[in-house]
Each structure stands twice: as C-alpha cells, then as structure tokens.
Design a protein around this ligand. Structure first.
Ligand code: ATP
Length: 238
C-alpha cells in the first residue's frame, strides 16, 4: 500500500532524511521509532505529500502520492489541532470529511461521521465542544477525523503519547480492527514496549533506517545504540 524508495529530504538546506526505503502492506501495522528530531514526523509529512523529497519516490497503492490522497488518513500530534475552535466533536469530524471530499456534507457524510465516532467510542460526546475534552478524548477525535474519510493507509503521529491506559487499550483495539479490515498503518511512537505488542514490524529511524523488521529482530541493543546513541531505549522492554 505504501512504498518509500530511497527518499532523501532536506529542510532549510539541512539533511533530515537520507535514502529512506521501506514499505507498509495492507493488513500491516508498522511502528516508526527514533529519538527526538530523528525525522519521524518529516517522513509522515513526506508520505502525505506535504513535503517534496530532494530525491527518491513515495508511492501509495502504486500511484504517486498526489493521485492517492483520497486513500490517506492522518492523525497528527494532538497539539497540532486548534482545540480552541468553537465547534463540537461531530462538527470537527464532519469538517475533516468535508475538506477531503470538497462538497457540502449530505446524509452519507453524517452517517460516516457517526460510524467513525462509534468506532472510537465517542458517540455520546458528539455535541461536546472540542475545547472541553480531555487529552485522551482529543486523541480519539483525531482518530475519528482520519477514519471518517475511509482511509486505506493510516498515518499516526504519536497517538499513544500522554494518554492513559484505558485510552491506550481503546486505540490498540481500534487499530487492530482496522488492520484486520485491510488498512495499512504506519505509526510513530516513543514507546518500544507498546509498539512491540502491537506492530508487525518496527522501523528504527535516525535520519536513515537503522533497522526494519519484526519486533524481536529489532530488540537488539546494538541497533538501539545506533538509532538512539544510548542504550536507554531498551528500558521497560519486555
Ligand atoms: N519546517 C522545517 N524546517 C526546518 N527544519 C525542520 C522543519 N521541520 C522539522 N525540521 C527539523 O527536522 C528534524 C526532524 O524533525 P521531525 O519533527 O521530523 O523529528 P521527529 O523524529 O518527529 O521528532 P520528535 O520525536 O521530537 O517529534 C529536526 O531537527 C527538526 O528541527
């Protein structure tokens, strides 16, 4: 579903990603790990077509990304959304679908919103202003916004960061269900232990791909040393 081939990205003349090659298949959940500033968000933004690589190619469902945007769902980091905007939960989700489809919403769009809210257990909060939500509820709104467009490739930027255990469990459940439905999922995270439980593969990134494989293969301490510059990444790994 996603194929990234020798992608190099420079921002302000600085090399951020160097010849990154990887892929994510349908029904596959891949965790993207690396230290702060490793280029994880940059890679997601490049896949979304928001950044143009200096070299290399990104293809989604065998198409250049410009022709495959309708297949993409994106869950940004929570701070990137304007939570002080005076809209409620259902409107926030509908808005995402409206922007994607570029038309006034009709009955099918409202049904898609309802379905997305149910999938993340937010139906009861549909009329609540987004500014009044907790961190975990906000995370679920962002996921519902991505789901409302029916993505085949879902990109998530640190969905597990700063949310409580029940929210983590819900996210795990929803992502597992999407994978079973055939969605390809690429998710950045700082937490190897939770990624190892959930992901089929883990990519260790630090400007370049340091390792890419099943969690058991990527557990090797020397790889972590190369990716993080310190062995501390293995803390809490079980
Ligand atoms: N628009 C930009 N212009 C210039 N440099 C940028 C821009 N956006 C990001 N960078 C730089 O690119 C590098 C990679 O940033 P990125 O946000 O992709 O890392 P990350 O792995 O997602 O980090 P974190 O774990 O902290 O979220 C950083 O050094 C950052 O300062």
């Amino acid at each position: 579903m996603l194929s990234v081939d020798k992608v190099t990205v420079r921002l302000d003349e600085r090399l951020i990603l160097r010849e990154v090659t990887t892929q994510v298949d349908a029904k596959e959940l891949v965790g993207l790990l690396g230290p702060n500033g490793a280029g994880k968000t940059t890679l997601l933004r490049t896949v979304l077509g928001l950044l143009r690589p200096a070299a290399g190619t990104v293809r989604v469902a065998d198409e250049p990304v410009e022709r495959a945007r309708h297949l993409l769902g994106y869950v940004p980091q929570r701070h990137e959304f304007a939570w002080d905007f005076p809209i409620n939960v259902a409107e926030a989700v509908l808005h995402a679908r409206r922007i994607r489809l570029g038309r006034r919403p009709g009955r099918a769009d409202r049904a898609a919103v309802e379905h997305a809210l149910e999938r993340v257990s937010l139906a009861e909060l549909a009329r609540r202003p987004v500014g009044a939500l907790s961190g975990g509820q906000r995370q679920r709104v962002l996921l519902a916004r991505a789901l409302a467009v029916g993505p085949r490739l879902l990109l998530l930027d640190e969905p597990f960061t700063g949310v409580d255990v029940p929210t983590q469990d819900l996210l795990t459940h929803v992502l597992s269900g999407l994978r079973a439905d055939g969605v390809a999922i690429l998710m950045t995270t700082h937490d190897f232990a939770s990624a190892a439980r959930l992901a089929d593969r883990i990519i260790l990134l630090n400007q370049e791909v340091v390792a890419d494989g099943p969690p058991d293969e990527v557990r090797d301490g020397t790889l972590w040393l190369r990716a993080f510059g310190a062995p501390t990444g293995l803390d809490g790994v079980s």
